[in-house]
Design a protein around this ligand. Structure first.
Ligand code: GLU
Length: 371
């Protein structure tokens, strides 16, 4: 085992007990697109240090496609889907082997977990993943998670690994989700300044990140700052602190867990029940939908009472669903306002439409409403 890196000051008590660390491709690859062993070594030694301090770490690492690029030369006529499949399936081996070797120097064992978005669709399957990750942590093994890019090629792909790591963070009820990218955090672009500063914290109870992002200038899509902020906002609503910071800054993880002000921190709200967290990540996984009237929407959003969705407030049913399926709840103008788990199927819902005194279609405990 190696000695502790003397550059880092000892940390008396880390801020968090359990964290998800998400590492982006651009953090761990160099200009030529190859894995940057220096940076990887730095990150691994910090995680090893945190482990020594008793912090449980789940690592979500991108970089499979990036690593594949330096391994295989592809013919230009190969389709984008096939290219991604070839690059990720070859590159993932290089990526995980590199991590395994680096962690081994610290006496640490890692495990590889590859998932697709549909693995999160069914509650039992979801719980299986959770049990697996919890068992690995219990055995002091570090789970290294990535999307199974070789097989997830449909619309059921994660938006990016920020979405995947957000799901893991809420599934494992971690204290903090640390998103490491190649930028220092969220910059205040609202006034379009030339040299904007990093926003150190966002209190989602009083501020919205949109106010800092200049409309039209933001980067959407895989790995963009806007998707990072969306995930951060969502997790902070579930009671999880989120940090967005530069993964190439030496000692960044130790600084964050040591309580230093680095990057952007999303201040969390009160923790939310486990089932609601699962349902909240169900966008795109729903089997059907119901349209509800204005009265029902007002009742569901009431801050005073925990209301369930009753047939009396349902106007119409879209698609076919069964008991236990996740369904989308839409307002009268067809806008999605939330997700929930159906207590009975679409056929029965159609029979009960508009009727008073019937059993709720979605119980409050299984209902997540978007802000
Ligand atoms: N899963 C992809 C990879 O490992 C990366 C996806 C992302 O960066 O968001 O290459």
């Amino acid at each position: 085992m190696r000695a502790v890196n003397p550059r880092f000051n000892p940390m008396p008590k880390p801020l968090y007990r359990k964290v998800v660390v998400k590492v982006g491709t651009n953090v761990i690859t160099n200009d030529k697109g190859e894995l940057d062993l220096n940076i990887l070594d730095q990150l691994v030694s910090q995680i090893a240090e945190l482990r020594k301090l008793g912090v449980e770490v789940l690592l979500v690492s991108s970089g499979a496609v990036g690593a594949g690029l330096s391994l295989v030369r592809l013919p230009s006529e190969l389709s984008p889907v096939a290219s991604r499949q070839v690059l990720s399936s070859t590159g993932q081996i290089r990526l995980i082997n590199t991590y395994a070797e680096l962690f081994e120097k610290w006496g640490l064992t890692i495990a590889q977990i590859l998932v697709t978005k549909s693995d999160f669709r069914d509650r039992i399957h979801y719980l299986n993943i959770r049990t697996c990750l919890a068992s690995l942590l219990e055995q002091k093994i570090i789970p290294v998670v990535n999307e199974n890019d070789a097989v997830s090629v449909t619309e059921l792909m994660f938006t990016d690994n920020d979405e995947l790591s957000g799901m893991i963070a809420s599934m494992m009820q971690v204290d903090a989700h640390i998103i490491l990218s190649h930028v220092d955090g969220l910059f205040d672009m609202s006034h379009g300044e030339k040299n904007p500063g990093v926003i150190s914290s966002i209190d989602i109870a009083t501020e919205h990140f949109h106010q800092y992002i200049k409309p039209g200038k933001s980067e959407f899509g895989r790995g963009g700052m806007l998707t990072k902020c969306h995930i951060a906002h969502k997790l902070a609503r579930f009671g999880i602190t989120v940090h967005i910071a530069n993964g190439q800054t030496p000692g960044i993880l130790l600084d964050i867990l040591g309580g230093k002000t680095v990057g952007t921190r999303f201040i969390p709200q009160k923790p939310v029940h486990g089932r609601k967290r699962w349902i909240a990540h169900s966008e795109g996984l729903e089997k059907g939908a119901v349209i509800i009237n204005g009265g029902a929407e007002t009742a569901l959003r009431s801050p005073e009472r925990a209301n369930s969705l009753l047939p009396v407030g349902i106007v119409s049913v879209i698609g076919t669903f069964f008991k236990g399926d996740i369904i989308k709840v839409c307002s009268e103008n067809k806008k999605a306002i939330g997700y929930g788990m159906a207590q009975y199927g679409s056929e029965k819902t159609k029979e009960l439409l508009g009727r008073k005194g019937e059993k709720p279609l979605i119980h409050y405990d299984y209902l997540y409403l978007m802000p």
